[in-house]
Design a protein around this ligand. Structure first.
Ligand code: ZN
Length: 239
């Protein structure tokens, strides 16, 4: 893909996946705006990390200089009002009766995409970028390619616009997401991802080789395993 003359809006949470998406958008689009959602998540660590990451990207990546901004934060407190999930209430992380992790927030990605599209419409942007991924993940139904395709069609019908939802991580496993960060932003972006992005469900900030987190929740488990595989593959590439 060559650099498009279009602008993009990235759903940017401050996590590893959306940081990789931000780098992907900066590589492929002329200008990139970001949007984050305050939905009453249990911890504010991700939202705080967003600003730091955006600042470091603006200052430390000359190839993307002047391409970011503005950053938007929208409140979606309705998700916490509904509650009943481990991410929006004081419930310990586990599985629901139907087997889905109780970190799944019903409707969350659908609301995010609808709100992002409404904002994009107002900003004259038609390319949305999100970190949804159906590989190596927890089986969230709103991360499936089929859901995203249907949502794109719904948004276009419902707003009479031509949005495209880009999901560069859809077919990547967690090791490949680390590799993508390295390809797009070199070692600097891998370091920034380790130091600043927050993926942990508990929002814990203990340092590990793969970054910050509690080290024991499912999100930390996936991240740690992906990083170990990435380093293993990288070492065998160099040999
Ligand atoms: Zn964790």
């Amino acid at each position: 893909m060559t650099v498009s003359n279009r602008n993009a809006l990235v759903l940017f949470s401050g996590g590893q996946d959306s940081t990789a998406c931000l780098a992907w958008a900066l590589t492929n689009f002329a200008h990139v705006e970001t949007v984050g959602f305050d939905y009453g998540q249990r911890h504010a660590a991700e939202l705080a990390a967003r600003k730091t990451i955006l600042g470091r990207i603006a200052a430390g990546f000359p190839e993307w200089h002047g391409k970011t901004g503005p950053d938007h934060v929208l409140g979606l407190g309705v998700l916490a009002e509904i509650g009943g999930t481990a991410l929006t209430g004081d419930i310990s992380i586990g599985r629901r009766a139907d087997g889905l992790p109780n970190t799944f927030v019903p409707g969350r990605n659908l609301l995010f995409l609808a709100a992002a599209a409404a904002l994009a419409s107002r900003r004259g942007i038609h390319d949305l970028v999100g970190g949804m991924c159906e590989t190596d993940y927890s089986g969230y139904p709103d991360c499936r390619a089929e859901t995203i395709e249907a949502m794109q069609r719904t948004l276009n019908l419902g707003m009479a616009e031509e949005f495209r939802i880009h999901t560069p991580l859809m077919r990547l496993d967690k090791a490949a997401t680390w590799r993508l960060a390295e390809e797009l932003g070199a070692e600097r972006l891998v370091t920034l991802t380790i130091e600043e992005t927050v993926t942990c469900y508990e929002g814990a900030s203990m340092r590990h080789a793969w970054g910050r987190g509690c080290g024991s929740c499912p999100a930390c488990g996936l991240r740690a395993a992906g990083y170990a595989r990435y380093i293993e593959e990288k070492t065998s590439r160099i040999r």
